[in-house]
Write a protein that binds this ligand. Structure first.
Ligand SMILES: [Zn+2]
Ligand SMILES: [Zn+2]
Length: 183
């Protein structure tokens, strides 16, 4: 499966150039789009040709990631026992082995209607927009990249890692999950 297929249902990331004279909004592409394609340019605004501020991009990305994580947790939860079929938007406090217990039948767990996989795929998609190491490892055309560009990607990508960690998705867990989904 190519990354393009993998991420086809993901919400795209639109970055807004913070230069007051520009302000252009640009939909970013995956850095790596196949071994023979040139890497995408996600650090430079096509409107004014200036490099984005890593801080500004990180902020916008942070907001988008938090929104997805929140949507996931706010989504409907459904009882896994079909004979019960209880569903709710509120996660009950009674938990057993990690998953919340159904407050109607008390026999089964509640599970989010939107899957973990969808959230992880979305977060991985954001990560891949700025994962320069991953892109370079797979690309055969990455040459002549400046140190400024590398630093930009490194700075933004570290913010993504921080958000993931803060939300309980450790790098180890994620890479395990991702490697089982995306081999
Ligand atoms: Zn611009
Ligand atoms: Zn139930």
């Amino acid at each position: 499966m190519t990354d393009e297929e993998r991420f086809k249902d993901c919400e795209r990331f639109i970055v807004k150039c913070k230069r007051s004279s520009c302000g252009q909004e640009t939909t970013l592409e995956l850095l790596f789009k196949g071994a023979s394609n040139a890497l995408a340019v996600n650090d430079t605004c096509p409107g004014c040709n200036n490099q984005y501020s890593a801080g500004a991009v990180s902020n916008q990305l942070n907001i988008a990631m938090r929104r997805h994580i929140k949507e996931y947790y706010m989504s409907w939860q459904k009882c896994e026992d079909p004979s019960c079929g209880y569903s709710t938007r509120q996660v009950p406090l009674t938990r057993q082995r990690g998953a919340p217990m159904c407050p109607q039948c008390f026999r089964a767990h509640l599970h989010p209607v939107f899957s973990d996989t969808a959230l992880y795929t979305q977060l991985l998609y954001f990560s891949r927009l700025f994962d320069f190491d991953h892109a370079v490892k797979n690309s055969k055309t990455a040459v002549g990249v400046t140190q400024t560009t590398k630093s930009f990607y490194k700075a933004v990508h570290s913010v993504i890692t921080k958000v993931l960690t803060a939300n309980g998705y450790s790098e180890v867990n994620l890479s395990k999950l991702f490697s089982s989904f995306f081999v």
